[in-house]
Design a binder for this molecule. Structure first.
Ligand SMILES: *Cc1c(COP(=O)(O)O)cnc(C)c1O
Length: 414
């Protein structure tokens, strides 16, 4: 019996149930992944007892000799992983990291140009209920209605008209590559800073399967828990010493107090794992698996936005199968496959029940899935749609999913 089990059976039981849910189901939520046992281990240490406001060598409390070892390792590994000169590993999550960058570079009311949220952008890119949208004036580019892709001519046109102080490239639900150099040339033309938010694709960038914006853009932010496969948290990267000082000050004392050292330790472990050659195989396979899922679904008559994917995710217009996004999410849950409803560009439906679902291949690739298993997933999704009002069929599909999933143990990692 674990200590938690004897001390707090309720929390223990919920944790156990979640573990079973993850073991028996398949994770297609594009922002999720499975961390290694070493990452999990690093998160549950006595570092949680420690206050460490400040940065290595410059703290506001005593007893920092081992904290400094951990944070310095995390910084050095992040820098070598992404080829960046400066890294801040303290952001508690992606949204606060983005706010810190805005706080460092902008004054309230300044104009920012980013991807429209209902075209794949993120809450922290100017949604009216988010601090970003309340404090700053966001103006947005969209994807082209016929190609489903960002049109750089439109980006340039809006930039010339709106004269943003910051141009933001990055997404939560866009399956195509971003032309970093073109964004940079537009920003240079209008005198804007460039910020890449690679929260979703960081693991693919780190694994050298996608071109990196580091060295092209002024600042790169990312979460550490999506394709990068680390603990929940974030990271700010830059090659500019001047900007790095601004970001450090914006994180502490600007926005945060004490850093979460166990999370930083786990980030260091994850960066160490991502520096191994096997991580590049993972990154490559994530993309191959997403492309396979996308083409198999299209063969079965599903409409994939932009007709395919260059990364780990795809957005499927489920109205092509007579279902809404919310209905699809619920249906796939019923057969043990997790997905997330998503708006599609120019969505005629409302955000709470949009037309699409977003699917991602990172977690199942971590689990060891290859092309054959992606075919199986496409097949199950298709059969679930076809049997949507047949409870017995759905239950048997769920058993098939569980049989496959349990053949790929959750924590078996390269
Ligand atoms: C997930 C995501 C974030 C925010 O991450 P949280 O850790 O959930 O705050 C920021 N930007 C983009 C593009 C994302 O996809």
């Amino acid at each position: 019996m674990s200590i938690l089990q004897s001390q707090d059976p309720e929390i223990h039981l919920a944790t156990l149930h979640e573990e079973l849910r993850q073991i028996h189901g398949l994770e297609l939520i594009a922002s999720e992944n499975y961390v290694s046992p070493a990452v999990l281990d690093a998160m549950s240490s006595v570092f949680t007892n420690k206050y460490s406001e400040g940065y290595p060598g410059k703290r506001y409390y005593g007893g920092q000799e081992f904290v400094d070892v951990v944070e310095t390792l995390a910084i050095e590994r992040a820098k070598s992983l992404f080829g960046a000169k400066y890294a801040n590993v303290q952001p508690l999550s992606g949204s606060p990291a983005n706010l810190a960058v805005y706080f460092a570079l902008l004054n309230p009311g300044d104009t920012v140009l980013g991807l429209a949220l209902d075209h794949g952008g993120h809450l922290s890119h100017g949604h009216p209920v988010n601090a970003s949208g309340i404090l700053y004036k966001f103006t947005q580019y969209t994807v082209d209605k016929t190609t489903g892709r960002i049109d750089m001519n439109q980006v340039r046109e809006i930039a010339r008209r709106e004269k943003p102080k910051l141009i933001l490239a990055g997404f939560s639900a866009y399956s195509r590559g971003l032309d970093w150099k073109e964004f940079k040339s537009i920003a240079d033309e209008v005198g804007a800073y460039t910020m890449a938010d690679i929260a979703h694709i960081a693991g693919l960038v780190a694994g050298k399967a996608i071109e990196s914006p580091v060295g092209i853009f002024d600042v790169v932010t990312t979460t550490t828990h999506k394709t990068l496969r680390g603990p929940r948290g974030a990271l700010i990267l830059t090659n500019s010493e001047e900007l790095s000082k601004k970001f450090d000050r914006a994180i502490f004392p600007g926005m945060q107090g004490g850093p979460h050292i166990p999370q930083i330790a786990a980030k260091a472990v994850a960066f160490g794992e991502a520096l191994r050659p096997s991580f590049q195989d993972y990154a490559k396979n994530v993309i191959l698996n997403a492309q396979r899922l996308s083409s198999k679904l299209q063969e079965k008559g599903f409409t994939v936005i932009s007709g395919g994917t260059d990364n780990h995710l795809l957005v499927v217009d489920m109205t092509s199968k007579g279902l809404s996004g919310k209905e699809s999410e619920r249906l796939f849950d019923e057969v043990g496959i997790s997905s997330s409803r998503s708006t599609i560009p120019y969505d005629p439906r409302k955000p709470l029940d949009p037309s699409g679902v977003r699917l991602g291949s990172a977690a199942v690739t971590t689990r060891g899935f290859g092309l054959e298993q992606m075919d199986f997933i496409a097949d199950i999704l298709d059969r679930a749609v076809a049997s949507r009002s047949d409870e017995a069929k759905l239950a048997s599909l769920k058993a098939e999913v569980s049989a496959l999933a349990t053949g790929y143990p959750l924590f078996k990692m390269a």
